[in-house]
Design a protein around this ligand. Structure first.
Ligand SMILES: *Cc1c(COP(=O)(O)O)cnc(C)c1O
Length: 437
């Protein structure tokens, strides 16, 4: 397929065909798995030209691999982006994306309802490298704007915050960032490009943990960075993009990469030096996952909506936080940003507080008690004592973590079986807390 033909295709077709040019020798219909470390050079001149990025081609799979390249092109097309870089995990994607923009002495402004691992990365590890992260309430535009200084190199948010489910107002956040000449970087793991394309709302860079819904089967860890190709890196704030480098044959990243400069810089510098490379085998599994992404996400959403409605009507449940429930404070934002549904990860509180919550988790049979989200199986966890336990109590409150809160990630099992298991676990938990009164 030519590039022009590909850009006119719709989501489900791209998920199956995007980025693949059928191998002319074997005509393999499935994307081949190139499980190789290195690639033969034609001669010394060819080798030198690849190293200086004068020609396109493969050198070593730490930097790029043909199987992963199909995944990258496919993800970029699904997000409406210009280019992508697939890496070994979601954490690697966030780290590489942000450290491609910020160096020691620089700052990042991040909304405070974040995945636990990201929170730790920002509050402990980035400062060790001299990059300061300021946490702000993403629902307060004035707070976001006033946290930005001359040193700020990016604004970071999640599409749906974890675990409080704050829906990011991407139009507002991207306007604030762009007024200051910096990009908006968005973690879209919970929504996937099927439920939301952040680039359409003004975001500049999207990162994913493809470990979750994209992989879809709970088998592999991976991440991706997708760039819109539209941010003006020559606006004076990003000299690393415009300085001419001997290693690039006295050209700048902007000259070498053009609209793909961010991805080229990320791959050539941190991808190459830190080595958080995606295994081609995992890349190949993620391609299988993408093929059924929209089918699965539709079913995830449908099941989640039914479980949320069941819980909202249950006498043992104190509250349910699912954005598309009518009385949810985020209902209007959800209509704007998530018209196809608010995903399948949400929280509820059981009457009887922390003790009843623990009892609920210990009473489930079908639901899996694991530290993961976005699996095809239904998952349950208690955030305050696990995923968000590294936060201080006041930080937990800011991030939307409460002691009685239970997080669900609704899977693809038969809805009747999911609800029956939740129902019996609620009964067991309540009976226990009544007996212990
Ligand atoms: C899981 C997750 C990550 C981290 O991804 P890994 O692939 O586990 O490294 C980052 N952000 C969000 C929202 C996640 O759910």
């Amino acid at each position: 397929m030519t590039k022009k033909e590909e850009t006119t295709l719709n989501f489900d077709t791209i998920a199956l065909h995007g980025g693949q040019v059928m191998d002319s020798v074997t005509r393999s219909r499935a994307v081949p798995l190139y499980q190789t470390t290195s690639y033969g050079f034609e001669d010394t001149e060819h080798a030198a030209s690849l190293f200086k990025m004068e020609k396109e081609g493969y050198v070593y799979s730490r930097n790029a691999n043909p199987t992963n390249a199909v995944l990258e092109k496919r993800l970029a097309q699904l997000e409406g982006g210009n280019g992508a870089f697939a890496v070994s995990s979601g954490q690697a994607a966030i780290s590489i994306a942000l450290l491609t923009l910020a160096k020691a002495g620089d700052e990042i402004v991040a909304t405070n309802a974040l995945y636990g691992g990201t929170y730790n990365l920002f509050s402990v590890t980035f400062p060790r490298f001299g990059v300061k992260v300021k946490f702000v309430d993403g629902r307060d535009p004035a707070a976001v704007a006033s946290a930005i200084t001359d040193k700020t190199k990016a604004v970071f948010t999640e599409t749906i915050g974890n675990p409080g489910l704050q829906i990011a107002d991407l139009k507002v956040l991207s306007e604030i960032a762009h007024e200051q000449g910096i990009p908006l970087v968005v973690d879209s793991t919970f929504t996937t490009p099927y439920l939301q394309k952040p680039l359409e709302f003004g975001a500049d860079i999207v990162v994913h943990s493809i470990t979750k819904f994209v992989g879809g089967h709970g088998t592999s860890i991976g991440g991706a960075i997708i760039d819109s190709g539209k941010f003006p890196w020559d606006n004076g704030k990003y000299p690393e993009f415009t300085v001419k480098k001997p290693s690039l044959n006295n050209r700048s990243y902007l000259e070498v990469g053009g609209s793909n400069a961010l991805i080229v810089k990320a791959r050539f510098e941190l991808g190459h030096d830190l080595g958080a490379s995606l295994s081609p085998f995992n890349g190949w599994l993620f391609i299988q996952g993408l093929e059924s992404l929209s089918l699965r996400v539709r079913q995830h959403v449908s099941n989640a909506e039914k479980v949320a409605a069941f819980l909202a009507a249950n006498e043992h449940v104190a509250w349910v936080n699912y954005p598309t429930l009518k009385d949810n404070p985020q209902y209007e934002l959800a209509k704007t940003y998530l018209p196809k549904g608010a995903g399948s990860i949400f929280t509820f509180g059981i009457k009887g507080g922390l003790e009843a919550g623990k009892r609920f988790i210990n009473s489930v049979n079908l639901l899996s008690h694991v530290a993961n989200v976005g699996d095809s199986k239904t998952l349950v966890i208690h955030p305050a004592s696990t995923t968000h336990s590294r936060l201080l109590p006041e930080e937990q409150v800011e991030a939307g973590v409460t002691p009685e809160q239970i997080r669900l990630s609704i899977g693809l099992e038969d809805i009747e079986d999911i609800i029956n298991d939740i129902d019996q676990a609620l009964e067991a938990a309540v009976k226990y807390s009544e007996a212990s009164k």
